[in-house]
Ligand binder design. Structure first.
Ligand SMILES: *Cc1c(COP(=O)(O)O)cnc(C)c1O
Length: 388
């Protein structure tokens, strides 16, 4: 079975973990600080605040942006559900915006009609690593005092306007879940270039404490902490961060490999009529965190059927990006029509893409898809024949 994704882990991660275990300090400490500095430097931001997940990062981003009960936050429905959930965690209401069919991302044009007196923030997602066009969103939102948060869960190593994703907004959230390009098992990070936000985020992730546990440990005198506001336990561990530092060294190689594999898919899939594949937008370059394809409307098999058939041929695929407004969790949330979102979520699927994927495996994936798209009985053709 060809897996849809596989993290790239090796001896270097083992060594890094062993060092942490032998150091005796396994919770948030010096490795977390090192990982924060390295990622911030890599992505062009002044500060990194490591957290237990990207979901925690999105939640804290909204808290420090001043989002609370009674506020609205514009988000794409077409995203992993954590994007919408973070709005709920902050006590606010998600307002679902439609996406651009090409990038699968929000645009200033899809956001604009939804901005109102209660809008406090917008979360722009770089879906599957595809960079969103963030500058026009800032041009729209900044004059209105609406905060722009970037959900870059999938976008480590993606490029927007010739610079890495991560330095274009005050709050940019990354994930290190194993389905993303870099992994720490679980983990997340917020990048910011605002010192005041970094200070408050560090406090909030650690129970609202005035000094961190590692600062107290390093001090040569007794330090009594204060709890300045109700906080959370959203800390990353030094075990996770040590892996993160090693993984970050792999980033350029991982992205280059994914882009080469994506080029190979694009060439081969061009033979399948009507199958649409991801393309770099004019404003940036994707890291191809996930390789999604959109099926033609007249595909002979239903998407879910196709997933089962591909599985039977030894190819593990996944449905495309989900749509939160179609899930029971958001059944009660009012929403404007989202035709592009609904089309994409129903007609797209994710093909296997990971560092170790071979050319032969890619052939097997494309051959399986080609066979299923052409060989399955076409209901419309059969109906036509019956009439004739
Ligand atoms: C994976 C993902 C998240 C959640 O990340 P976690 O680190 O698992 O909390 C949020 N948003 C998007 C778009 C994602 O793909």
């Amino acid at each position: 079975m060809i897996p849809v994704a596989r993290p790239e882990l090796g001896e270097a991660e083992w060594r890094a973990l062993r060092e942490v275990v032998e150091s005796g300090w396994v919770a948030q400490g010096p490795r977390v600080e090192a990982f924060e500095r390295a990622l911030a430097a890599r992505c062009g931001a002044a500060h990194g605040v490591a957290l237990s997940s990207c979901t925690a990062a999105l939640h804290l981003a909204l808290v420090v942006a001043g989002v609370g009960p009674g506020d609205e936050v514009v988000v794409p429905s077409l995203s992993f559900i954590a994007t919408a959930n973070a709005v709920r965690h902050a006590g606010a209401t998600p307002v679902f915006a439609d996406v651009d069919a090409g990038t699968q991302n929000l645009t200033a044009a899809t956001i604009a009609p939804l901005l109102g007196a209660r809008t406090r923030a917008v979360i722009v997602v770089h879906q599957a690593g595809m960079p969103a066009d963030v500058a026009p969103v800032h041009a729209l939102c900044d004059p209105l005092g609406v905060a722009v948060v970037e959900d870059a869960a999938c976008a480590i190593g993606s490029v927007y306007r010739d610079a890495p994703v991560g330095g274009h907004s005050d709050l940019v959230a990354f994930s290190f879940h194993p389905r993303k390009v870099l992994t720490t098992g679980e983990g997340g990070m917020l990048l910011t270039s605002r010192e005041d936000l970094a200070v408050r985020l560090r406090r909030l992730r650690e129970h609202g404490m005035s000094v961190s546990a590692s600062e107290r440990h390093r001090s040569d005198r007794v330090v009594l902490e204060q709890y300045l506001e109700p906080g959370f336990n959203y800390r990353m561990t030094d075990l996770q961060a040590a892996m993160g530092v090693v993984q970050l060294d792999r980033l350029d190689g991982l992205v280059a490999r994914r882009r080469a594999l994506a080029d190979a898919y694009r060439e081969r899939l061009a033979a399948l009529p009507g199958v649409r594949v991801p393309q770099d937008p004019p404003h940036g370059r994707t890291n191809h965190q996930s390789y999604w394809v959109v099926l033609p409307d007249d595909a002979p098999a239903d998407r879910d059927d196709l997933l089962a058939r591909l599985h039977a041929r030894g190819v593990s695929c996944r449905r495309g990006i989900m749509a939160a407004h179609l899930e029971p969790a958001y059944a009660g949330t009012a929403s404007a029509p989202l035709p592009v979102t609904e089309h994409l979520t129903r007609r797209s699927l994710i093909l296997p893409l990971h560092h170790a994927l071979t050319a032969a495996e890619q052939d097997q994936v494309v051959d399986a898809l080609a066979a299923e798209l052409h060989a399955a009985p076409a209901p419309r053709a059969a109906a036509h024949a019956a009439q004739a």
